[in-house]
Design a protein around this ligand. Structure first.
Ligand SMILES: NC(=O)c1ccc[n+]([C@@H]2O[C@H](COP(=O)([O-])OP(=O)(O)OC[C@H]3O[C@@H](n4cnc5c(N)ncnc54)[C@H](OP(=O)(O)O)[C@@H]3O)[C@@H](O)[C@H]2O)c1
Length: 249
């Protein structure tokens, strides 16, 4: 996709693997400066920074748990201290801890809600003041088709992803007058480590339900994120962009 974000400063949570990594690479290709966070994949983070550096992209990584309020503050500050602004925040980091509610443990609920939903709150709150001061910015939150349709065995995950939608629409209303947009990308099933955990039967059932007859590639999601960060979509806020191959219409 031909998008020019030359010089824009971007922060992506969970940038070492899967969708987040593709988002980082797409912003770099568009000319942006990119910081990304991760929790434990230090080697992958170092390798990605090195690759981006070789390609002429200003980039750095930040280690820490998105569920930690203070870490989110310090990550955002690291970006604004280095680049004076934060133009785009992509809240991508997320996990699954699946199981029927009957067997789901309290810890499975807490960890998924803390990372997937509180993480979005933490980083958006940290970005609020700098973006408000700049009178510009774009926050893009990664939800899931499951947040809309529900899915047996994913009450925790679906609740976190539906929560992101309500959160984002409310924040879009708060920040609209400051020229800050807040949008959601809701992927269907994407070929990443997260879906590698699915058994063959589950994968076949998904493919049967997807009119476009394939899982998404991380790039399919990254391109939608790039679109929502680009000037061409300036008048779009509070929107949920479904990128699911027609799985849910
Ligand atoms: N894959 C799908 O089919 C699919 C579908 C719909 C929505 N999504 C959503 O898309 C997003 C990315 O999914 P993915 O499949 O690309 O995931 P993934 O391949 O499992 O990668 C997850 C990324 O998030 C980071 N991360 C996880 N927990 C973290 C934490 N507590 N603090 C900081 N970073 C953390 C990981 O860092 P480390 O490498 O250090 O662990 C990694 O960079 C998630 O929000 C997911 O819910 C995925």
């Amino acid at each position: 996709m031909d998008v020019d974000l030359d010089g824009a400063s971007v922060l992506v949570t969970g940038g070492t693997r899967g969708i987040g990594r593709s988002i980082v690479e797409h912003f770099a290709q568009a000319g942006a400066k990119v910081a990304f966070t991760y929790r434990s994949s230090t080697d992958a983070a170092d390798e990605l920074v090195e690759t981006l550096d070789e390609q002429g992209t200003e980039a750095f990584s930040l280690q820490g748990d998105v569920a930690d309020f203070d870490i989110a503050q310090s990550h955002v500050e690291a970006v604004t201290n280095r680049w004076d602004s934060l133009d785009v925040l992509v809240n991508n980091a997320g996990i699954t801890r699946d199981g029927l509610l009957l067997r789901l443990q309290e810890e499975d609920w807490d960890s998924v809600l803390d990372i997937n939903l509180k993480g979005v709150f933490n980083f958006s709150k940290a970005a609020y003041r700098p973006m408000m001061r700049q009178q510009s910015g774009s926050i893009i939150n990664i939800s899931s088709v499951v947040g809309t349709t529900g899915n047996a065995g994913q009450t925790n995950y679906a609740a976190s992803k539906a929560g992101i939608v309500g959160f984002s629409k409310s924040l879009a209303k708060e920040l609209g007058s400051r020229n800050v947009t807040v949008n959601v990308v809701a992927p269907g099933y994407v070929q990443t480590d997260m879906t590698d955990e699915l058994d063959e039967e589950a994968r076949d059932a998904i493919l049967e339900a997807v009119p476009l007859d394939r899982l998404a590639d991380p790039a399919d999601i990254a391109e939608s994120v790039l679109f929502l960060a680009a000037p061409v979509s300036d008048y779009i806020t509070g929107h949920v962009l479904h990128v699911n191959g027609g799985l849910s219409m």
